[in-house]
Design a protein around this ligand. Structure first.
Ligand code: SF4
Length: 230
């Protein structure tokens, strides 16, 4: 499919998702808050990582204070988020790196970089992969970088936006080449809602799904294929 064709299809998918779940409300955070929150969300639920993030912010008055703290105190503060010792060391490593390079624990300078340079900077940090970088840039800097988490990857595969065997890392590249910048945010947010509520890993609720005509798994499509091969 040409990029023009793909972008028309993405527009259609975004419109259908908005019909199902509404227009996602705007969201903007401090970039370093977004990065730390995403590190905390690795390998745990949103509820647990949200609790750990709030606890960290309540326990320490600033990111500098987190950086200077005993790593055991940081781990205690984020215990509810799982893998606390690993994540505490990872967060302090990132804060140390920012401090030694720029004199303070801040990511405000990212907004002065272009998107590609900002992505490259973030993935150069220990413990930061493409998804964490994308969340930081999308929610913290308003840059059009689409994070591919487990829900986005599953829905993208089922809609045929990426191949069935495409992994998360390759999906970041594939989606970046077809999703128009102004659709990145609504597509990302509503694909997650769709993946949680309806397009679940097991037994997706395909009955009544408005995306069925776009979906490789929809019964209509499967039936169409079977009829075509008769
Ligand atoms: S038709 Fe089923 S598999 Fe396809 S997007 Fe909808 S819920 Fe997911």
């Amino acid at each position: 499919m040409s990029n023009d064709g793909a972008s028309g299809r993405i527009q259609r998918i975004v419109a259908i998702l908005e019909e199902m779940y509404g227009v996602p409300p705007a969201r903007r955070e401090d970039p370093l808050d977004a990065l730390v929150a995403t590190v905390l969300s690795q390998n745990t639920s949103d509820v647990n990582s949200g609790r750990a993030f709030r606890s960290l912010k309540e326990r320490f008055p600033s990111w500098e204070a987190v950086r200077e703290a005993d790593v055991r105190d940081v781990a205690d503060a984020i215990r509810t988020g799982g893998l606390a010792d690993v994540k505490a060391a990872r967060i302090q490593g990132i804060l140390d790196h920012l401090h030694s390079e720029g004199g303070s624990a801040s990511l405000d300078f990212l907004e002065r970089l272009d998107t590609r340079a900002a992505q490259e900077y973030l993935v150069s940090l220990d413990g930061v992969g493409p998804k964490t970088a994308a969340c930081t840039l999308l929610f913290g800097c308003g840059m059009p970088v689409l994070p591919v988490d487990t829900h986005v990857l599953r829905v993208a595969r089922r809609l045929g936006l990426v191949s069935e065997r495409c992994g998360a890392e390759a999906a970041h590249e594939a989606m970046a080449s077809v999703v128009p910048p102004d659709l990145v945010y609504p597509l990302h947010v509503n694909m997650i809602v769709h993946g949680r509520r309806r397009c679940r890993p097991q037994r997706p609720r395909c009955d009544g799904c408005l995306l069925a005509p776009e979906c490789t798994r929809s019964p209509e499509r499967t039936l169409g294929k079977e009829n075509a091969s008769e």
